[in-house]
Design a protein around this ligand. Structure first.
Ligand code: KIV
Length: 280
């Protein structure tokens, strides 16, 4: 049972124990209705800093603030009753020192009732992860392509190809040794993802990695076809809600201009209707 507001949610230890079992299912969410839609299907839901790009139109995740994460975290928490909630630490909220990371992680958990935080980085963040875990903050790590470092990685490229594979493997081992309860592997070659999954003790959560990972995560607006500015190769669109929404809005605009909407069933007469039998 969880110590967060969501009493039925798995604990980080339950997620850790799922290593090697039925793959863990996860999506991002930023709002209450989306969280409600996925609650019963997901083991954990991530309030991702991708919120900046998919809901706020930012060019990257670098402009996402603590206040944005807390606002969306609170909204998601209201929509969850069985999935665990993990919340991203935004860029600039944890890199400076372990103390800064603790202060901001504690605030995110206290104000949103998230069950864990996620932060980006491997070997260089291991001390911070150990510091947080020792002080009661469960941490999900995120390695491979770490979007908050887009400017030093030279874009959103595949990470860990050829000679660079050893560095990603070292990152995975470091975050596992530091006490992270799971690690997101983003945009790395399949063989490397499989090697990490079979090497480290904690569940690997793939996004652009391998079906052999211990779980998968996608950005919900990507998989529903709501975010259409671009589509990464690793995204599968399970629906086309963006196209459906545009078509619906065009139909509405046409009907308003033709005075076909509102129709009689949408408007009120000037007489009070006789109450139907049964009191309604
Ligand atoms: O912010 C995000 O959406 C993420 C991904 C791993 C899904 O970090």
């Amino acid at each position: 049972m969880s110590a967060t507001a969501n009493k039925k949610a798995p604990l980080p230890d339950d997620i850790r124990a799922a290593k090697g079992g039925i793959p863990l299912v996860s999506l991002t969410a930023y709002t209450t209705p989306m969280a409600q839609m996925m609650d019963a299907q997901c083991d954990f839901v991530l309030v991702g800093d991708s919120v900046g790009m998919v809901l706020h139109g930012l060019p990257s995740t670098l402009g996402v603030t603590m206040e944005m994460m807390i606002l969306h975290g609170k909204a998601v928490a209201r929509g969850l009753s069985s999935a665990m909630m993990v919340i991203d630490m935004p860029f600039g909220s944890y890199e400076e020192s372990s103390q800064q990371a603790f202060r901001n992680a504690a605030r995110l958990m206290a104000e949103t009732s998230a069950g864990a935080v996620k932060l980006e980085g491997g070997v260089h963040m291991a001390d911070t992860i150990a510091f947080l875990v020792a002080r009661g903050i469960p941490v999900m790590a995120h390695i491979g392509l770490t979007p908050q470092s887009v400017n030093t990685l030279g874009g959103y490229k595949v990470q860990g190809r050829d000679a660079a594979a050893n560095a990603v493997l070292a990152d995975a081992q470091a975050v596992s040794d530091a006490g992270a309860f799971a690690v997101v592997l983003e945009k790395i070659p399949q063989a490397l993802a499989d090697q990490i999954t079979s090497t480290v003790a904690i569940p690997t959560i793939g996004i652009g990695a391998s079906a052999g990972c211990d779980g998968q995560i996608l950005v919900v607006d990507d998989m529903l076809g709501l975010f259409t500015a671009f589509k990464a190769k690793f995204v599968k669109r399970y629906a086309h809600l963006g196209d459906d929404g545009s078509a619906a809005i065009a139909a509405y605009a046409k009907e308003v201009r033709a005075r076909a909407f509102p129709a009689p069933e949408h408007i009120f007469s000037d007489q009070t209707p006789t109450p139907a039998k049964g009191g309604k």
